[in-house]
Ligand binder design. Structure first.
Ligand SMILES: NC(=O)c1ccc[n+]([C@@H]2O[C@H](COP(=O)([O-])OP(=O)(O)OC[C@H]3O[C@@H](n4cnc5c(N)ncnc54)[C@H](O)[C@@H]3O)[C@@H](O)[C@H]2O)c1
Length: 264
């Protein structure tokens, strides 16, 4: 008789930011399905609590917890790390997923929007890693997973702030990876680069382009060699791989989940 498969993230203690909806909710659920205990955090505290409830209903009480957490605020990061210690017993997987896009090309992008984009997408990772590494060292081996975007590797004329912030996430991830490796922490750090994925972020894109969501989805799919927009689990499954010890030789790398766009 075949032995039951061991959950791929058994013993992992994961904090997922931006976990109220979209990709963050999918990462949290997939990590929990693979045996991790998960702290779901989001500036939308009710949404994060709903994600944790859905996980606990499906997988048992105590699998997930939640807190309200603004990733741009260093003090809120200290509270999040304390919450990880208190609610899930420590921390060895940090998924920096919270992110936003802002409107405008280089001539029209508002400077406050530019700064907000960098605060949520990049400063969050700076603060998060600074505050979380001490606890992660106690629970090594560990994995930091930064959700960048294919837009961090390929530019567009219409998203200078998003392009630049996600490119910063890409390079910051490599610097963190080298720091952890050179200091023998047994903590890895990698970036993930999705193309368009069907989440509420695309509702905003449809609205800003005055398009019906279905029309937008078809338009986006035509730009992708695989001719389809990604599903949240396409990305969450990569997060499971990076969180698990299956990827123990992978650090400072970028994982592109882009339906072939960057191969063109
Ligand atoms: N969906 C896509 O097509 C796509 C493609 C490439 C990369 N990404 C990236 O994936 C990540 C998740 O995207 P998504 O599609 O799930 O987006 P989403 O808008 O559905 O969810 C983002 C979540 O981040 C939270 N958030 C925003 N600001 C925050 C803050 N200051 N503090 C804490 N939480 C905050 C929001 O409340 C929301 O729950 C983002 O980093 C995004 O840039 C998404």
């Amino acid at each position: 008789m075949a032995e039951a498969r061991k959950p791929r993230c058994e013993g992992k203690l994961a904090l997922v930011t931006g976990a109220a909806q979209g990709l963050g909710r999918a990462h949290a659920r997939r990590l929990a399905e693979e045996g991790a205990r998960v702290l779901c955090t989001d500036v939308n505290g009710d949404g994060a609590a709903e994600t944790a409830s859905l996980i606990n209903e499906a997988l048992g009480d105590g699998t997930a917890a939640s807190i309200q957490h603004d990733v741009t605020d260093p003090a809120a990061w200290e509270a999040a790390v304390d919450a990880a210690r208190e609610h899930i017993g420590g921390l060895n997987v940090l998924v920096n997923n919270a992110g936003i896009g802002v409107a405008g090309n280089i001539e029209t992008c508002d400077f406050d929007d530019w700064k907000r984009c960098f605060a949520v997408n990049v400063d969050s990772i700076f603060h998060g890693c600074q505050k979380a590494l001490p606890l992660m060292r106690e629970h090594a081996p560990g994995s930091i997973i930064n959700i960048s975007s294919i837009a961090g590797l390929i530019a567009s004329d219409t998203m200078p702030a998003y392009n630049s912030s996600k490119a910063a996430v890409w390079m910051l991830s490599k610097s963190i990876a080298l720091h952890c490796a050179k200091n023998n922490m047994d903590i890895r750090c990698n970036s993930v680069h999705p193309t368009f994925v069907d989440t509420p972020i695309l509702d905003g894109t449809a609205k800003s382009h005055n398009l019906d969501k279905d029309v937008l989805m078809e338009k986006l799919a035509r730009q992708i060699p695989l001719r389809k927009v990604g599903e949240p689990d396409d990305i969450a499954n990569a997060v499971v791989y990076l969180a698990s010890d299956e990827s123990k030789f992978m650090t400072g790398a970028e994982l592109k989940l882009d339906g072939g766009i960057s191969a063109m």
